[in-house]
Write a protein that binds this ligand. Structure first.
Ligand code: MEV
Length: 314
C-alpha cells in the first residue's frame, strides 16, 4: 500500500579512465561523487496517469528536459504493474549536462523512490536495468556505466554487460573537477565516435587496445596508492580521447591550465565536447590547481569519492 510520499537519492560520478571506449566493450574505472540528486515522489490519488515533474535546479525546464524523469517513473511503475498519478520533485547538487552523471542519478533515485512509495525495494540489478532502459530513450547506445555507479556508489571497474567490480582502496584522495560550462549531448558524442570506428576500423581497434591497457595500469596505480602514476595515465587517456575527437578547445584550456599549475595529470571526463575535466594533484597543490582552472575560464571544485550509492530516505 502506498503512503503519501517517498524520497530517494543517488550520487553523480566521474569516469576516471575509459569513457567512450567502454561503449565498445572495454573496461572503465568510475567513481561516485559526494554530490547527489534527491528525488521526492508523491502519489496523486485522484489523477491516475498524470505525472508532474518539477526540478528545483531548472525552474524553467522544458517538457523535453523533464521527459527522461517521467520515463524513469513510468518504467518503475510498469515493472510493478501499476499506472498511477505522481508528482516528482528533483533537487540535485550535481551540475547538469556536464558529464557528471546527473541524469542517471536522477533516474536511479526516481525509480528507487517510486518503488519505496509502493512499498517495494528494488534489487540493485533491477534498478540499474530499469534506469538503463530509461536512459536508452535519450541516448541510444549507452554502456550502462552511469546508472551502475549511481546505484552502487564507491569506485567500480565497469565492463558493459557484466556485474560491476568494486575497487577497495587504502587511499583517501580528492580530485579537482573543472567545468567548461558548455553543455553537450553524450548521445551525439557517442554517435560521432561510432562513425570514426566505421571509417577507420583498424586504427580504432588499436586505440581500443590502448584504452584497455591504460585502465588495467590505472587499476594497479590506484591499488598501489600511486596518484602520480595515475595522473600520468590521465594524460595518456586524454590523448586517446582527443584522438577520437571528443575533446574541444574549452576542455584543452582547462586541462593544460591544470597541468601547468602542477597537477600530476588531467583529462576530460564523461562524454566530452564541453562538460567537465578532472585533475589529480598532491594534497598541498589542490587549491592552486582549482585557481588555475578558474583563471582559464572554468568553474572548479574539489571532490572526493563517495561510498554511498542509491539511498532510500523515507
Ligand atoms: C558517459 O558518462 C560515458 C560514455 O562512455 C557514454 C556511455 O558509456 O554510455 C561517453
Amino acid at each position: 500500500m502506498a503512503k503519501g510520499s517517498f524520497e530517494a537519492s543517488a550520487p553523480g560520478k566521474v569516469i576516471l579512465l575509459g569513457e567512450h571506449f567502454v561503449v565498445f566493450g572495454k573496461p572503465a574505472l568510475v567513481m561516485a561523487l559526494d554530490r547527489r540528486a534527491r528525488v521526492r515522489v508523491k502519489l496523486l490519488e485522484l489523477q491516475a496517469d498524470n505525472i508532474k515533474v518539477h526540478s528545483l535546479n531548472i525552474p524553467n525546464a522544458s517538457p523535453a528536459e523533464l521527459q527522461p524523469i517521467k520515463e524513469a517513473a513510468i518504467k518503475a511503475m510498469e515493472f510493478l504493474g501499476l499506472r498511477k498519478g505522481l508528482e516528482i520533485t528533483v533537487n540535485s547538487d550535481i551540475p547538469i549536462s556536464a558529464g557528471l552523471g546527473s541524469s542517471a542519478a536522477v533516474s536511479v533515485a526516481t525509480i528507487a523512490a517510486v518503488g519505496g512509495l509502493f512499498g517495494v525495494r528494488f534489487t540493485k540489478e533491477d534498478l540499474c536495468r530499469l534506469a538503463l532502459e530509461a536512459e536508452r530513450l535519450v541516448h541510444k547506445n549507452p554502456s550502462g556505466i552511469d546508472p551502475t555507479i549511481a546505484t552502487y556508489g564507491g569506485i567500480l571497474l565497469f565492463e558493459k554487460g557484466k556485474p560491476p567490480e568494486p575497487v577497495k582502496l587504502d587511499l583517501d584522495f580528492q580530485l579537482i573537477i573543472g567545468n567548461t560550462g558548455i553543455a553537450r549531448s553524450t548521445g551525439e558524442m557517442v554517435a560521432k565516435v561510432g562513425l570514426l570506428q566505421l571509417y577507420y576500423p583498424e586504427i580504432f581497434e588499436s586505440l581500443l587496445e590502448g584504452a584497455h591497457r591504460l585502465v588495467l595500469e590505472a587499476l594497479e596505480a590506484l591499488r598501489a596508492s600511486d596518484l602520480e602514476g595515475l595522473g600520468r595515465l590521465f594524460n595518456v587517456n586524454h590523448g586517446l580521447l582527443s584522438a577520437i575527437g571528443v575533446s574541444d578547445i574549452s576542455l584543452e584550456r582547462l586541462v593544460y591550465a591544470a597541468r601547468a599549475a602542477g597537477a600530476f595529470g588531467a583529462k576530460l571526463t564523461g562524454g566530452g565536447g564541453g562538460g567537465c575535466m578532472i585533475a589529480l594533484a598532491e594534497a598541498g597543490r589542490l587549491d592552486q590547481v582549482v585557481q588555475a582552472i578558474r583563471k582559464a575560464g572554468g568553474e572548479a571544485f574539489i571532490a572526493a569519492p563517495s561510498e554511498r550509492g542509491v539511498m532510500l530516505e523515507a
